[in-house]
Design a protein around this ligand. Structure first.
Ligand code: CP
Length: 308
């Protein structure tokens, strides 16, 4: 029986027990993805709408694959091909989707709080697939699953998050989730891209790349979110790469078995040097693979479990 409720809007408010339930469920469902016939009837008769009002490769594809592997019927709606382009409001769009009786709506939107608005106004379960600069809970969960698989635990780990923390919904979900699970999180980046929320969420703010990576078990690099920048907050990509990009030289300061993560898409040569992105410490494609398992787990826990 799940204590998660009907929606997954963010990691804020989840207990360590809730997160462990999701990660354990994802770990058991992962085996389905290795079969020659990758399909189980768990969500037969359920309908999932993927409503993406912002671009996505990994999240959208993995949600669709996850739903299909559990035998749900899926429908996809993009901003550019929906009647949002004709001026229909978000709530009217959502109410029209609701009239078609889906069981769950997966939503990505550039506005923070958009999935929460949907959850207030329509009946189906809602999963937040990333809302503005607020949260990206399924990315936080797949990051924790990946770390747990490589390190065997989350408790007591030193995790560095480096880059454009201010605009990163991934950073917020990672900090919240990892803190709940007992990891110690530190952040670093250009001062203009380090938000006050990091410290208030319990992360330590570092003053140098050296301080950020020294003794780290896990390094999570973030993309500069150019689409969310109003001003030029750093001088050039070249200077950014020199001062805030992760190269092989930094890895010598971290723990010997450090893992390097990135939510994608990667700006090669900016936040990550190609030799690190393609090197033995990078687990970026493990994160992508775990995205399918985590999304299967959430679909199962929200609309598949017999008793909720
Ligand atoms: N990590 C992530 O959210 O990637 P996409 O934007 O491609 O979905």
């Amino acid at each position: 029986m799940s204590g998660l409720g009907r929606h997954m809007l963010g990691l804020e408010g989840l207990t360590a027990q809730d997160i462990t339930l999701i990660l354990d469920t994802a770990s058991s469902l992962k085996e389905i993805n290795t079969r020659s016939i990758k399909k189980v009837p768990t969500l037969r008769g359920k309908t999932v709408v993927h409503f993406f009002v912002e671009a996505s490769t990994r999240t959208r594809t993995s949600f669709e694959i996850a739903a299909k592997r559990l035998s749900a019927d899926t429908v996809s709606l993009s901003a550019s091909t929906s009647s949002l382009t004709k001026g229909e409001t978000l709530i009217d769009t959502a109410k029209n989707l609701e009239a078609m009786a889906p069981d769950l709506i997966v939503m990505r939107h550039s506005m923070s709080g958009a999935p929460h608005l949907l959850a207030k106004h329509v009946g189906p379960s809602i999963i937040n697939a990333g809302d503005g600069t607020h949260e990206h809970p399924t990315q936080g969960l797949l990051d924790m699953l990946t770390i747990r698989e490589h390190k065997g635990r989350l408790d007591g780990l030193e995790v560095a998050i480096i880059g454009d923390v201010a605009h990163s919904r991934v950073a917020r979900s990672d900090i919240i989730g990892l803190n709940t699970m007992g990891s110690r999180v530190r952040v670093f980046g250009p001062r203009t891209l380090l938000p006050p929320f990091a410290e208030s969420l319990g992360a330590r703010v570092c003053r140098s790349m050296h301080e950020a990576v020294e003794g780290a078990d896990v390094i999570i690099m973030l993309r500069v979110q150019r689409e969310r920048l109003d001003d030029v907050l750093f001088p050039s990509q070249r200077e950014y790469a020199q001062r805030f990009g992760l190269g092989s030289r930094h890895l010598a300061l971290a723990k010997p078995e450090v893992i390097v993560m990135h939510p994608g898409p990667v700006n090669r040569g900016v936040e990550l040097s190609p030799e690190v992105a393609d090197g033995p410490y990078a687990v970026i494609l493990d994160q992508v693979a775990n995205g399918v398992a985590v999304r299967m787990a959430l679909l199962y826990l929200l609309i598949g479990a017999e008793v909720r």
